[in-house]
Design a protein around this ligand. Structure first.
Ligand code: PLP
Length: 399
C-alpha cells in the first residue's frame, strides 16, 4: 500500500476485487469452494459486461441473476439426478411454484396427484385458479390419468413418495402417458432424494426439491431446487431471476457441503427406518405402519421396481391404536424424539399431520385422504436404531 494513498482510498479500494484477481494466478485453488458473499461483480470496462450479456464470455454480473455458490450446488445436483442442469431457489415452494408458473398460462390445465405437500396443493387449487389455470386432481395409483387429460393440459405433477401415507406412484407408467401426449412430468423427489430414487431415469422431465429437507439435512437452511433438461431449466431461469427467488451464498454453501454426505445420511436414514418399521409393525399398540420398504406394504413392489439399492427412505407413518388420546400421550411420553413439524434432520422427530399440515381439513376430508387422529409421521434420524426402537417401545408400553 502506497503512503501517498489517502486513508479513505486505502480503506475503500484495497483488497476484495484486486485480491480475487491475484488469486486467479495462484498455483493452488481452495480445496473447498469459498462462500462468495458478494451481491455484485466488478468490471474494468464496458465490453467485458457486454460479452457476458451476449454469452460471448463466462462471468457473473449480479447475484440475483446467478452466483457461484448456487451454480456449484446446481452442478452437484444435476450430476446426482442425471439432469443436464439445475437451479437453486430460496425454498422448495419457490422451486415448485416458479417451475410450474414457467410452464403454464391462463387457460391452461394441469393434472396432479391429490396427495401432495399442503403448500403445493394450496398453490394448485387456489393460486393457479386465481390466475386462470385449472387443475384436475387424479389419484395416480387408482384412477385413469389419461381420461383426465385435455387439449389444454400442460403438465402432470406428482411426488415420488406421497405425504403422509408414503404411497409410491408408478413413474415409468405415468411418464409414458405424459410423453405420449407431449407433456412433461414434474416430480417432487423431496422425500426420496437421488439416493433412493432418480425420477429422470424413470422418465420424469423435471425433478423438484425442498432442499430444506434431506438435501440440506441438518434443519439449518430453507432452500429448494429444480433439476432437468437444459431446455426446461432455461425456461424456468427467467422466473427465478424476475421473482428474485435466489438462494443466498451462505445457504448454497451449506447445501453443497451437506450434499457431500447425502448418500451416507440417506442410506442410514433408510436402514434405520426399515428397522423401526419392522419393530412397529409387530407392536400391539400400533394399528398400521405405512412404509414402502415393508414386504406387507401395498406399495412394496412398485417401490422395489423404482427405488435404488434396497433403500426406501427415512420417512414412516403409523396409526396408533387409541386415536388422538394415544397419539397425544405417546408424544408426551417420548424423551429425545421431538414433535417437529418438518423432517429430514439428523435426529429422529415426529409430526402429527391431523394437527399440523392437514389441520384445517374437515373430518370428511381427513377420512378421504386416509389421515386419522391417531396417525403420526416419523422422520427417522441417524441415531443407533436400537436406541430409537427402545425409546419408542418405552413410550408405547406406557400407553
Ligand atoms: N415438498 C415437500 C414434499 C415438502 O415436504 C415441503 C415442505 O415441507 C415442500 C415441498 C416445501 O418446501 P419448503 O418448505 O422448503 O418451501
Amino acid at each position: 500500500m502506497s503512503d501517498a494513498r489517502s486513508l479513505s482510498q486505502a480503506l475503500l479500494h484495497t483488497g476484495d476485487g484486486q485480491f480475487a484477481k491475484r488469486m486467479k494466478d495462484h498455483a493452488a485453488v481452495p480445496e473447498a469452494l469459498p462462500v462468495y458473499m458478494t451481491s455484485v461483480f466488478a468490471f474494468d470496462d464496458v465490453p467485458s459486461v457486454d460479452a457476458i450479456y451476449e454469452h460471448e464470455a463466462e462471468g457473473y454480473i449480479y447475484s440475483r441473476m446467478r452466483h457461484p455458490n448456487a451454480d456449484a450446488v446446481a452442478e452437484i445436483l444435476s450430476a446426482a439426478d442425471g439432469g443436464e442442469d439445475a437451479l437453486v431457489f430460496s425454498s422448495g415452494m419457490a422451486a415448485i411454484t416458479l417451475s410450474i408458473l414457467s410452464l403454464v398460462q391462463a387457460g391452461d390445465h394441469i393434472v396432479a396427484s391429490p396427495v401432495l405437500y399442503g403448500g403445493v396443493r394450496d398453490f394448485l387449487e387456489k393460486e393457479l385458479r386465481r390466475l386462470g389455470v385449472r387443475v384436475t386432481f387424479v389419484d395416480l395409483l387408482r384412477e385413469d390419468v389419461e381420461a383426465a387429460l385435455r387439449p389444454e393440459t400442460k403438465l402432470i405433477y406428482t411426488e415420488t413418495l406421497c405425504n403422509p401415507l408414503l404411497e409410491v406412484p408408478d413413474l415409468r407408467r405415468i411418464s409414458s402417458i405424459a410423453h405420449a401426449h407431449g407433456l412433461p412430468l414434474l416430480v417432487d423427489n423431496t422425500f426420496a432424494t437421488p439416493v433412493v430414487a432418480q425420477p429422470i431415469s424413470l422418465g420424469a422431465d423435471l425433478v423438484l426439491y425442498s432442499a430444506t429437507k434431506y438435501l440440506g439435512g441438518h434443519s439449518d437452511i430453507v432452500s429448494g431446487a429444480a433439476v432437468g433438461s437444459r431446455d426446461l431449466i432455461e425456461r424456468i431461469r427467467p422466473k427465478l431471476v424476475l421473482y428474485g427467488a435466489v438462494s443466498g451464498a451462505q445457504d448454497c454453501w451449506l447445501l453443497a457441503r451437506s450434499l457431500r454426505t447425502l448418500q451416507l445420511r440417506v442410506t442410514r436414514h433408510s436402514q434405520n427406518a426399515l428397522r423401526v418399521a419392522r419393530f412397529l409393525e409387530e407392536h400391539p399398540k400400533v394399528e398400521k405402519v405405512y412404509y414402502p420398504g415393508l414386504a406387507s406394504s401395498p406399495d412394496h413392489a412398485r417401490a422395489q421396481a423404482q427405488f435404488r439399492d434396497g433403500l426406501y427412505g427415512g420417512m414412516l407413518t403409523v396409526d396408533l391404536a387409541g386415536g388422538e388420546r394415544a397419539a397425544t400421550d405417546f408424544v408426551a411420553a417420548l424423551e429425545s424424539i421431538k414433535y417437529v413439524p418438518s423432517l429430514a434432520g439428523t435426529a429422529t422427530t415426529l409430526s402429527y399431520p391431523a394437527k399440523t399440515s392437514h389441520r384445517f381439513y374437515t373430518p370428511e376430508a381427513l377420512e378421504k385422504a386416509g389421515i386419522t387422529m391417531g396417525q403420526l409421521r416419523f422422520s427417522i434420524g441417524l441415531e443407533d436404531p436400537d436406541e430409537i426402537i427402545a425409546e419408542m417401545a418405552r413410550a408405547l408400553d406406557a400407553l
